[in-house]
Ligand binder design. Structure first.
Ligand SMILES: C=C(O[C@@H]1C=C(C(=O)O)C=C[C@H]1O)C(=O)O
Length: 357
């Protein structure tokens, strides 16, 4: 049986339900099982999955070979200059305002090739867990392919629900942290004062409030964003809290209404999805989807699947994206995505990104 980790939860997989988010929400509501853990992909037309877990004691990393630094190969896909060109085209598209697009999130990947099978739990154990939700889940098997794993440490809460109370903590607007304390504080202050980042952020908060408001008797968000830190990034964040009109509304139903937020898609949603499909050259899969748990009582907690990688045999693909608005600067967004790769890259222990030729 395959092991999994999700936050503090550890177990082995007893069963698996595969389907679109609506089907998964229904399966949880109809089930007598205590708790499911699972993931939904970015594209709602694709299948996600729920695992019925059997709890175990603390999981110890397997015997698979760790990633060995000297012989690891790294490849940026698309190359930084191609990603910059995508961002540039998108800023023009937003400025031209032809389709009403105001923001779209464009992602890229970093491919890792190791000499031996990568042990996902080795990498998971090395991820920094501070203020984040760490996860390592076995993905549904593909015929004849090695087992695939979804692994990451996300800082962003999409939605939690417990006994009629909900919370969401969208992030948008980012800056790389610095090892130098003075420069680190200056980067945070610049981010908090940046009109471009505050605009990017406000679009997400507005969207989340608009989606949740009809379902809440009370909904609160602070006036402006706060600074949120991970080990390698600063973000603008807003903690939103509410009380549901109908306390029995299942958590996964609300996740289905929210996903994908403008933190990973854009505004307006339909135009952003078209822009992403026409611009992006990678397959997102579970990246920028949601990962979490749900139970038949309707409670649950789902995070945005960020700072993640998909591992398959000797290969891993890391994902990072950035929100693009009219005044985004292409090189700035290349650097932002580079910085977002950093946490996962350190966990793989394969050194810094290769410098451009
Ligand atoms: C898209 C990612 O992150 C999202 C985008 C952010 C931004 O554009 O500033 C910040 C946090 C996340 O909501 C990612 O990490 O890949």
């Amino acid at each position: 049986m395959q092991p999994f980790r999700l936050g503090e939860r550890a177990g082995v997989v007893r069963g698996r339900i595969v389907g679109r988010i609506e089907a998964l929400a229904e399966a949880v509501s109809d089930s007598a099982a205590a708790t499911f853990v699972g993931a939904i992909p970015f594209d709602r037309r694709e299948d996600g999955f729920l695992l019925t877990p059997e709890p175990t004691g603390p999981w110890t990393p397997g015997s698979g070979d760790p990633v060995r630094r000297p012989s690891v190969r790294l490849r940026q896909v698309p190359a930084p200059e191609d990603y910059a060109a995508q961002v540039d085209a998108l800023t023009r598209r937003i400025a031209a305002a032809g389709d009403g697009l105001r923001k779209a999130v464009i992602a890229r990947t970093l491919e890792i090739e190791a000499p031996d099978i990568i042990d996902p739990f080795f990498v998971h154990a090395r991820l920094n867990g501070d203020a984040t939700m760490r996860y390592c889940l076995p993905l549904p098997p593909l015929d004849g392919a090695p087992q695939r794993w979804l692994l990451g440490a996300t800082p962003e809460l999409l939605l939690s629900k417990r006994q009629g109370k909900i919370a969401s903590h969208p992030l948008a607007g980012s800056a790389r942290r610095s090892a130098d304390a003075v420069e680190d504080r200056a980067a945070a202050e610049r981010l908090l004062a940046s009109g471009k980042d505050r605009h990017e952020h406000a679009l997400v908060v507005e969207y989340v409030l608009d989606v949740l408001a009809p379902h809440c008797s009370h909904l609160h968000a602070p006036e402006g964003p706060s600074l949120e830190a991970t080990q390698s990034m600063w973000h603008l964040g807003t903690r939103i809290e509410g009380v549901l009109k109908d306390p029995s509304t299942p958590c996964l139903d609300l996740v289905g209404l929210l996903h994908p937020t403008p933190a990973v898609a854009g505004v307006p949603l339909a135009a952003a999805l078209v822009a992403i499909a026409e611009t992006e050259t990678i397959r997102r899969g579970f990246y920028a989807g949601a990962v979490g748990w749900a139970n038949a009582a309707g409670d649950g907690a789902w995070h945005v699947t960020l700072r993640c990688s998909e591992i398959e045999g000797r290969h891993a693909r890391l994902f990072a994206g950035a929100g693009i608005v009219a005044d985004s600067v292409p090189q700035g967004e290349v650097e932002e995505t580079e910085a977002k790769f950093q946490a996962m890259l350190s966990a793989f222990d394969c050194g810094p990104l290769p410098s451009p030729n």
